[in-house]
Design a protein. Structure first.
Lengths: 337, 150
């Protein structure tokens, strides 16, 4: 230890936490966890430079720091503001922030087609959750929404520009995870859109990750298109020996069939480890994988309906010979998984 | 009990009299299925999948009816609308297979409430009886409304 880095103290909604200097307010809040974590649509901890675009993570800084206790004049984006020693932040305790967030959701939804019944992302969509928690019931927008045609980026990824909220996450993935970036944002302001140069196919090994990072249904898996609704499939953690990536994935089962493969996501909806296209598209048989067990799904998620994490029979059953006989079917199932 | 009461005859005749009186009263029984009683306005009967003004199927196979169904009676398989089928299906996704198991259905009407596309309504008659279990799984042939006559 050459020098001790002094940790800074920050209070978010009355909860104090000590973090490294240079941490953003959002990450400090994530260290506390729970309800006080601001929602984030564009910020992605694994992607450098992301954040600051969607404004959903706005918080109120009621005390700048110990040395300068004046509050910040405006609401600040918590993903881009670093903490100061003695800073006091209000997130859900401030009605101003709640009101602002409601406005932001309305803004994000202005051009959104609201085609959730058709969209494959519905059920695991960040925008859907955000709008459910913070949004208004009705839109006040009466003008025509901007529309684009569907674009196939390669044969595996489909882009619905209508649904895009321009979070730029996918372009960061293309920039940082894959080499030879082939897509970006064209146009400016209201006219901007995600596009490839002359719809050039993405053929990089890690290009499929744009599907996972997309917070809405703009980039979707073409091999899963309209196959099933997310909440009817059962997520199961599995891994395989993959030469290019970590091989740790979530398999989405319907019956005995693997409908799709995604990377594992943490509690903030972020990918734990990026996976390669071979794992995502080409290995969709149970034999390809070593299954670890059912994925933990938050009970507030629609995917948790009819989802059982306990494949194992209860310990009380395992001891009694009579009960073992009676629950033979469950035991067989548990050993199969 | 006196002698007359012990005879029981007056009581028997009294009872017979009541029975006889009913023969001339208006019958309350309805001879279903020849005669059908009028349903109340909020009656929930057999499901029907609706079409829109242009005769296209409204259902987009979003699965919310199946999700809300407490009896898990509804299953569906979605398919993508092809070019040239725009006059058949309203959205780009439609239900290729839509099945309701009428034996499981409890006619609670939650599917009707959940539907975001106003595609399913429980406005039909009583589900008819049948002999085989498999005949109670109603597919799209029985559920979808008749196409519009132009």
């Amino acid at each position: 230890m050459s020098e001790e880095i002094a940790k800074v103290k920050v209070t978010i909604d009355g909860i104090t936490v000590e973090v490294e200097p240079g941490t953003s307010i959002l990450n400090a809040a994530r260290q506390i966890g729970g309800d006080i974590v601001p929602p984030a649509m564009c910020y992605y901890s694994k992607l450098e430079g992301s954040g600051g675009k969607c404004r959903t993570c706005l918080v109120k800084v009621s005390k700048g720091s110990e040395k300068d206790p004046r509050p910040m004049p405006k609401l600040v984006a918590s993903c881009r503001t670093t903490v100061m020693d003695g800073m006091e932040v209000e997130n859900i305790t401030s009605p101003e922030v709640i009101e602002a967030r409601k406005g932001i959701v309305e803004m994000l939804l202005i051009n959104h087609p609201l085609d959730c019944p058709v969209c494959d992302q519905a059920g695991e969509c960040d925008l859907q959750n955000l709008a459910y928690e913070h949004g208004a019931e009705k839109t006040r927008y009466e003008f025509e929404r901007r529309t684009f045609d569907r674009i196939d980026i390669g044969d595996k990824v489909q882009l619905h520009m209508n649904r895009c909220i321009l979070c730029y996450r996918c372009t960061y993935v293309a920039d940082q995870i894959t080499d030879n970036r082939v897509h970006g944002i064209l146009g400016r302001g209201d006219a901007s859109e995600i596009s490839t140069y002359i719809e050039k196919a993405i053929d990089n090994d890690f290009s499929g990750n744009v599907i996972d990072v997309c917070p809405v249904g703009a980039l979707t898996d073409k091999t899963f298109r309209f196959k099933n609704r997310v909440w009817f499939t059962k997520p199961v953690d599995a891994h395989r020996n993959c030469p290019t990536c970590s091989g740790k994935v979530t398999l989405w089962y319907k019956g005995e069939e693997v409908l799709r493969v995604t990377a594992r996501k943490d509690q903030f909806g972020e990918v734990e480890e990026f996976i390669c296209n071979t794992c995502r598209y080409d290995t969709k048989k149970t034999n390809d994988w070593i299954i670890e067990g059912p994925t933990h799904i938050d009970h507030t998620s629609v995917i948790s309906s009819n989802h059982y994490e306990m494949a194992k029979p209860l310990p009380v059953i395992q001891k009694d010979q009579l009960l073992i006989e009676a629950n033979k079917v469950e035991f067989d199932r548990a050993t199969k998984i | 009990m006196n002698f007359w009461e012990r005879l029981y005859l007056p009581a028997i005749f009294q009872g017979m009299g009541i029975t006889f009186k009913h023969m001339f009263k208006k019958k309350e029984t309805v001879f279903y299925p020849e005669v059908e009683r009028e349903f109340s306005e909020n009656w929930r009967g057999m499901h029907s999948l609706k079409r829109d003004e242009q005769g296209r199927e409204r259902c987009t196979a979003c699965g919310l009816c199946a999700l809300s169904c407490p009896a898990e009676a509804i299953t569906m398989i979605a398919a993508e609308r092809q070019k040239g089928e725009e006059n058949l299906y309203r959205e780009e996704k439609y239900a290729a297979v839509y099945e309701i198991n009428m034996l499981r259905c409890i006619f609670c009407g939650l599917c009707e409430e959940a539907c975001p596309k106003e595609a399913i309504y429980l406005d039909g008659p009583i589900v008819p009886s049948d002999y085989l279990r498999k005949d109670f799984i109603y597919g799209k042939d029985k559920l979808v409304e008749e196409p519009l006559k132009s």
